[in-house]
Design a protein around this ligand. Structure first.
Ligand code: FE2
Length: 274
């Protein structure tokens, strides 16, 4: 005996099937991922929380020690559980909260291989993928600011409605800033390598890729690869030799916290010997 099955498409891309009066929902709900950009006034560091609402899984990029309660509150407000605490490099200007965040949330820590962060759960190489729920980040090794620096590329999913809304974003740490770039005079920094990383790896990304840097000192918060390619005063129209000469003559003061921050960050911000 046949009975009638009613199939309806819902506005949120789910399919509702009604069979013998029992309704079942099928298909994946298209949920926009969560994105939070957070700022530290002291070091002008930008921290990012990315979350997949479908699985309630999140990552944090470059968390700062004294903002741990703020960051935990953001995760709680969003109903997200932290899968990874990620670092773009071993910072010289602030101390990470990654180690303590991992202890408090059960998240894994993942850091670039060449940064030599001892207690890290996972060492990252070029091309590695970080997965959180349905989302993924690709690791781009971009040496130059430090020998180990990486960027994280978040490729947008092609949406099921066919709109092809691409939300490519790259978290550039101190490799590329909005209208600038990280310095190259310590921690294995190398101006020639930085030029190659920016022009060869980052500028090879689609022009509309959003750029989210690890710092900003002017109140800017987002740029695009296309904009930086044509407008970044350190790079636009500059040859490799010109860039190296420019970086070699910045004469910047030594970062105040470097002697404390780098060893602390190589230990994920955890007490030494712990
Ligand atoms: Fe840095």
């Amino acid at each position: 005996m046949h009975h009638k099955i009613r199939v309806r498409r819902l506005a949120n891309k789910q399919i509702l099937m009604e069979d013998k009066g029992i309704a079942r929902r099928y298909g994946r709900t298209i949920v926009e991922p969560v994105f939070e950009q957070l700022f530290d006034e002291e070091s002008s560091t930008l921290t990012y929380i990315l979350g997949d609402l479908a699985s309630c899984s999140a990552v944090i990029i470059d968390p700062v020690d004294h903002h741990i309660e703020r960051d935990l509150a953001v995760l709680k407000r969003m109903g997200l559980s932290l899968a990874y605490a990620l670092e773009t490099h071993a910072h010289a200007d602030h101390i990470t909260s990654a180690g303590i965040l991992a202890q408090r949330t059960g998240a894994k820590t993942a850091t670039p291989f060449h940064c030599g962060v001892g207690p890290s759960d996972q060492r990252l190489f070029d091309g590695d993928e970080i997965r959180f729920g349905n989302e993924r980040l690709e690791v781009l090794h971009t040496p130059g600011h430090t020998a180990g620096s990486v960027c994280y590329l978040w490729r947008g999913a092609v949406q099921a409605d066919g709109a092809d809304r691409v939300r490519n974003a790259v978290f550039t740490g101190d490799t590329l800033f909005i209208g600038g770039c990280g310095r190259t005079d310590f921690q294995g920094g190398d101006a020639g390598e930085l030029y190659d990383s920016i022009t060869g790896t980052l500028f090879a990304l689609p022009d509309q890729t959003r750029v989210y840097p690890g710092h900003d000192y002017q109140g800017n918060r987002v740029s695009t690869i296309g904009h930086e390619k044509t407008r970044n005063p350190r790079l636009a129209g500059k040859s490799r030799a010109e860039f190296i000469a420019l970086m070699d003559n910045l004469n910047l003061p030594k970062p105040k916290m470097i002697d404390v921050a780098v060893p602390a960050n190589r230990n994920l911000g955890l007490p030494q010997g712990a």
